[in-house]
Design a protein around this ligand. Structure first.
Ligand SMILES: *[C@@H]1O[C@H](CO)[C@@H](O)[C@H](O)[C@H]1NC(C)=O
Ligand SMILES: *[C@@H]1O[C@H](CO)[C@@H](O)[C@H](O)[C@H]1NC(C)=O
Ligand SMILES: *[C@@H]1O[C@H](CO)[C@@H](O)[C@H](O)[C@H]1NC(C)=O
Ligand SMILES: *[C@@H]1O[C@H](CO)[C@@H](O)[C@H](O)[C@H]1NC(C)=O
Ligand SMILES: *[C@@H]1O[C@H](CO)[C@@H](O)[C@H](O)[C@H]1NC(C)=O
Ligand SMILES: *[C@@H]1O[C@H](CO)[C@@H](O)[C@H](O)[C@H]1NC(C)=O
Length: 359
């Protein structure tokens, strides 16, 4: 009996689709993730979704850029990727690097996890200062990508994307950052804003100037899909991780350290955004599921209404490639929560995901 058969036998029923196991014939969706890992923990959930779907052939994780300055961000990303056997994934740390750790002087509840994950799990990245800059990573990933193929998944501040859009031709590519994005990107998927209008942390908290720059200067030919505060904010995930996680699970420790008071339950902004960035609206069937997300609008575009990047949708019928997401009809926050928890409790030794054998 092969090792993976033993583990499959032990799987809970919900994941045991072995009779339907497919070979990975579809082209995996190439993605680059831009994360603010540090000040909230759902970025770890997002990296789980990306690594698991990478391993089972649905995503091609070309790189992870960090948009917060603490050296522990890039190191924690490396620990998560290494946990899933993906130590080769390129990671880029924002400069200047700091040694900052997280302190919650807002609610006095949440706690530091990035430095702890980075120092308690093995990782291939030894020092954040040896990584490329986010602009270098974006430019080399985009230069190597096929035309209109990349999905950029932004689950934090838009600092790096502003820098990429402003970047000039260099030895990596003779195209400017704007031209590279216009040529190579299929879609920008952004956790940011509130819909149809409101005010949200990723847009407004740290770098609202970058939000304004990116929304104003994004190539009009490249689609944008927004995942708003109201979507992930009403879908809690991480329930019972302490009961059902595999041994030595870094997401269990990260959620325990961050959430506080014995809980591991958090809203699901970043993991849902990453799920959409990989599967789109139509890819859920590849997991044996019916469609779980839908566009909430048919036309229009996002606009900013204040200096701190509050936003409001403009109902312009001439613009048809910008959308915001909602749960599909009949899908509840509990069923999305169930799906995310399947990822959060996934054990890398399983060699399968949702009945699909790994690459
Ligand atoms: C961060 O800590 C390292 C040692 O761990 C030290 O070499 C470095 O100078 C520190 N960086 C800053 C910006 O304080
Ligand atoms: C990382 O490398 C830099 C530059 O070589 C060095 O100054 C720093 O101390 C190193 N950090 C750690 C934690 O070793
Ligand atoms: C990619 O697009 C560029 C124009 O942006 C075009 O010159 C080139 O031929 C395209 N490459 C392929 C393989 O279609
Ligand atoms: C932005 O400013 C508006 C008032 O203009 C306020 O209601 C909102 O809470 C602020 N948002 C953030 C993220 O600070
Ligand atoms: C679903 O939404 C309701 C209403 O906001 C909330 O009380 C409940 O905790 C949510 N459940 C999950 C699993 O997210
Ligand atoms: C724009 O359309 C959305 C639904 O697509 C609606 O919720 C919103 O109120 C409309 N806004 C305006 C200003 O008409």
């Amino acid at each position: 009996m092969k090792l993976h058969h033993i583990f499959t036998y032990l799987l809970p029923l919900s994941l045991a689709y072995l009779s339907q196991a497919k070979t990975n014939s579809e082209n995996p969706q190439p993605i680059l993730i831009d994360t603010d890992i540090f000040g909230d923990v759902d970025d770890v959930g997002a990296l789980y979704v990306a690594n698991i779907l990478y391993n089972c052939g649905l995503a091609d994780l070309r790189g992870v850029a960090v948009n917060t300055n603490s050296q522990y961000g890039a190191l924690a990303v490396s620990s998560i990727c290494t946990y899933f056997g993906n130590s080769e994934i390129p990671i880029a740390a924002l400069r200047p690097l700091t040694n900052e750790t997280f302190f919650d002087d807002d609610e006095f509840l949440h706690s530091e996890y990035a430095s702890k994950v980075a120092n308690n799990w093995p990782r291939s990245l030894k020092n954040a200062s040896s990584t490329p800059t986010p602009v270098e990573l974006y430019r080399s990933v985009l230069a190597a990508a096929a035309n209109q193929s990349m999905n950029i998944i932004s689950i934090g501040f838009l600092t790096n994307l502003e820098d990429v859009l402003k970047s000039k031709a260099d030895k990596i590519s003779h195209l400017s950052g704007f031209e590279l994005i216009a040529a190579k990107t299929r879609e920008l998927v952004v956790m940011g804003g509130a819909y149809p209008s409101g005010s949200e942390y990723n847009f407004g908290h740290s770098d609202p100037e970058s939000t304004a720059y990116v929304l104003k200067n994004w190539p009009k030919s490249v689609a944008i899909t927004y995942s708003g505060f109201e979507l992930g904010g009403d879908i809690y995930s991480g329930q019972n991780l302490d009961v059902i996680s595999p041994p030595n699970s870094p997401i269990l420790a990260a959620y325990q350290w961050y959430v506080g008071r014995g809980s591991t339950v958090r809203p699901s902004w970043d993991p849902i955004t990453t799920l959409y960035g990989i599967l789109g609206l139509d890819g859920f069937e590849k997991l044996g599921l019916s469609r779980m997300l839908a566009f909430a609008n048919s036309h229009g575009y996002n606009s900013l209404t204040s200096a701190n990047a509050s936003n409001a949708w403009v109902n312009d019928t001439r613009v048809t490639n910008q959308h915001w997401l909602k749960l599909a009809d009949g899908v509840t926050n509990s069923s999305m929560s169930w799906l995310l928890n399947q990822f959060f409790t996934h054990d890398p030794v399983q060699q399968t995901c949702f009945g699909r054998t790994n690459r």
